[in-house]
Design a protein around this ligand. Structure first.
Ligand SMILES: Nc1ncnc2c1ncn2[C@@H]1O[C@H](COP(=O)(O)OP(=O)(O)OP(=O)(O)O)[C@@H](O)[C@H]1O
Length: 250
């Protein structure tokens, strides 16, 4: 489980996060949603140690990340997998080499162990046959799958995904969402996903926090979200006419 307590962050005099608290359970897809510029990415960066919050705590199974010694921080970092927006693959490496990269950098496993682990992860995301291909030779959806395989190759306890559906068509997006949810449940990972995608909210929103101008205005499960009384969330959810019509009928 990850617990965030009263996270606040400002850049110069611009306040971006105004004291956010929440709990993200393991084996569950936890979503951070909200409009552009509301602080979702900054919150994620505060959680993974890329941006230090001005105030507050991030607890990984009770270990306070920012109040730990370097060694503990290092071991928490090793327990994280990150799926970056756009996949962030190395263009000059094959699919297999991209997935193997964290093992090369962070472990002293033998070539055979690494080969087996990479093959297992590629198989798990449905890319067993694409191991030798280059990123330029595969589709956007396949690139996301490679990103997922790389994010899980170290067997993470915590998985962070920044807009995993950006640039994908709706059908491929659903498949990527399903894959992330399956993996989360199968390996009991605590998964935190930033998304704008309403399909993701409805399909995999097992726990959702809604940010608005740096504050958390709502938290709950997908089956309750359309019943919200929070005007800012209603506006976010029912931002087009069709959804507004649907909203009146739920
Ligand atoms: N390093 C930084 N220095 C100054 N301002 C920053 C920095 N990083 C983010 N911001 C500002 O913080 C605010 C929140 O940014 P953030 O990237 O978290 O938004 P977001 O909710 O993820 O938006 P989007 O959905 O468009 O990615 C924005 O106004 C952004 O300009």
């Amino acid at each position: 489980m990850i617990e965030i307590q009263n996270i606040a962050k400002a850049f110069h005099d611009k306040v971006v996060l105004k004291g956010i608290s929440s709990k993200f359970e393991k084996g569950q897809t936890n979503l951070i949603i909200g409009g552009s510029g509301t602080g979702k990415s900054v919150l994620l960066k505060c959680m993974i140690g890329l941006v230090k919050p001005d105030q507050g705590h991030v607890l990984y199974n009770g270990r306070d990340f920012y109040n730990s010694d370097k060694e503990t921080q290092q071991s928490i970092r090793r327990e994280m997998g990150v799926l970056f927006q756009g996949g962030a693959l190395f263009d000059s490496k094959t699919v297999e080499e991209n997935v193997r990269f964290p093992l090369d950098m962070l472990t002293d496993q033998s070539s055979e162990e690494k080969r087996e682990r990479v093959a297992f992860c590629l198989e798990r995301v449905g890319l067993g046959a694409a191991a030798r291909r280059m990123p330029s030779e595969i589709s956007g959806g396949m690139k996301k799958r490679v990103g997922i395989a790389r994010a899980i190759v170290m067997n993470p306890m915590y998985l962070f995904c920044d807009e995993p559906n950006s640039g994908l068509d709706p059908l491929t997006s659903v498949k990527i969402d399903e894959l992330i949810k399956e993996i989360t449940e199968e390996y009991e990972i605590t998964t935190v996903i930033i998304t704008h995608d309403m399909n993701s909210v409805m399909e995999i929103g097992q726990n959702i926090i809604f940010l608005y101008e740096g504050s958390k205005l709502w938290e709950g499960i997908n089956t309750d979200i359309t019943k919200t009384d929070v005007p800012e969330l209603k506006e976010f959810l029912f931002s087009n006419k069709l959804l507004r019509e649907m909203g009146r009928n739920v």
